[in-house]
Design a protein around this ligand. Structure first.
Ligand code: ZN
Ligand code: ZN
Length: 282
C-alpha cells in the first residue's frame, strides 16, 4: 500500500496487528504498532491496544501484555482485558485470570462471555467447586450462554444443528454408519477425545458423549453423508471452536481426504490432510 502511495489508516493497522497476532509475529507487530504514530501520525485506539495485548498474551508473553495494559494512555476496555483473560486460559494462569475476571465483572457485569471464560479456565484445571460458583453467579445475575450452533450448506439447502441436538439425523442409519467408520479410522490414526473442554464434573464416558454432540461435528458428518467424495466441506459456527473439535476436524480431514473450511467467531480454519491453517494457534 505504502509503495503504491496509499496511506494506511487505523483499520489497516487493526488488520495488520491481528494478522501478526495469529501467526505469532510479535516483534514485527510491535514495530508496526510503533510505526503507526511515528510514520503515519495515527494515534492507537483501544482496538489497537486490544490487538497488541492479544499478540503478546497469545504468544505466552503475559508479563509484557500486563505491562502494556498498565502503561497504556487510554482506560483499558473490556476487550483489552478480555484478551488478557483469553491468554490466561491458553496458558492456565489461574490466579492472574481470577484477578482479571474480577475487574471484568465490574466493567461488564452482564457479559456472559467473561464468566464462561473463567469457568473454562477452572474446568481445565478440574476445579469443579469454582466452576459451580461461577455458574451460580451467572444464574443469580440471570445470564445465559449462547447455545452452540452451526450451519452447513448442501446445494441450495442450509442445514443447522445445535449442540447436543440433531437427534433425527443422529438416529439415522446413514449417520451411524458414517460416524462409526470415521471414528474407527480416526482412532487408528491416534485420535483420542480430549474431554477437558467439557465444563461439568461428570464421568469420562459421558464427557466423550457431550463433546461428540458439538454442533460442528454434526454439520461435518451431515456434509460427509450428503456430498460426493473429494468435495470440500464448509461449516459456519456461532461460537469459537473448542480444542477437541479442532483436533477432531484435523483427523477427519486426514481420514476422509476432504478439505474442511470452518468459520467460527474468531477466524477461518482450513483443515487439510490432518493440519489446520491456524497451526493450532487461535
Ligand atoms: Zn467442540
Ligand atoms: Zn485451526
Amino acid at each position: 500500500m505504502v509503495e503504491d502511495g496509499i496511506k494506511p489508516d487505523g483499520v489497516t493497522f487493526i488488520s495488520l496487528l491481528s494478522g501478526c497476532s495469529h501467526v505469532r509475529m510479535v516483534n514485527e507487530g510491535k514495530i508496526f504498532f510503533n510505526r503507526m504514530r511515528s510514520d503515519f501520525g495515527l494515534n492507537p485506539t483501544l482496538e489497537h491496544y486490544a490487538c497488541l495485548v492479544d499478540m503478546f498474551g497469545r504468544a505466552g508473553r503475559i508479563e509484557e501484555a500486563l505491562e502494556i495494559v498498565k502503561k497504556m494512555p487510554l482506560k483499558p476496555s473490556g476487550s483489552v482485558r478480555g484478551s488478557l483473560l483469553n491468554s490466561c486460559r491458553l496458558y492456565g494462569h489461574i490466579s492472574l485470570a481470577e484477578a482479571i475476571a474480577k475487574l471484568l465483572f465490574e466493567i461488564e457485569p452482564t457479559n456472559p462471555g467473561n464468566y464462561v471464560m473463567l469457568s473454562n479456565i477452572y474446568a481445565n484445571a478440574a476445579m469443579w467447586d469454582k466452576v459451580n460458583l461461577v455458574r451460580e453467579e451467572m444464574e443469580k445475575r440471570g445470564l445465559k450462554t449462547e447455545a452452540g450452533c452451526s450451519w452447513v450448506q448442501i446445494k441450495d439447502r442450509v442445514q443447522s444443528f445445535v449442540a447436543g441436538g440433531g437427534f433425527e439425523f443422529r438416529n439415522s442409519n446413514e449417520f451411524k454408519r458414517t460416524w462409526d467408520e470415521l471414528m474407527g479410522k480416526m482412532e487408528e490414526s491416534g485420535y483420542r477425545a480430549d474431554t477437558g473442554v467439557v465444563l461439568h464434573d461428570i464421568d469420562e464416558e459421558m464427557k466423550v458423549e457431550w463433546v461428540c454432540g458439538h454442533s460442528e461435528r454434526l454439520s461435518t458428518v451431515f456434509a460427509l453423508v450428503h456430498t460426493g467424495s473429494g468435495l470440500p466441506i464448509r461449516v459456519t459456527k456461532n461460537l469459537r471452536v473448542c480444542a477437541d473439535c479442532h483436533s477432531w476436524m484435523k483427523y477427519v480431514s486426514e481420514v476422509s481426504r476432504r478439505k474442511i473450511i470452518l468459520r467460527d467467531t474468531n477466524r477461518f480454519h482450513h483443515f487439510d490432510q490432518g493440519k489446520c491453517s491456524c497451526n493450532d494457534y487461535w
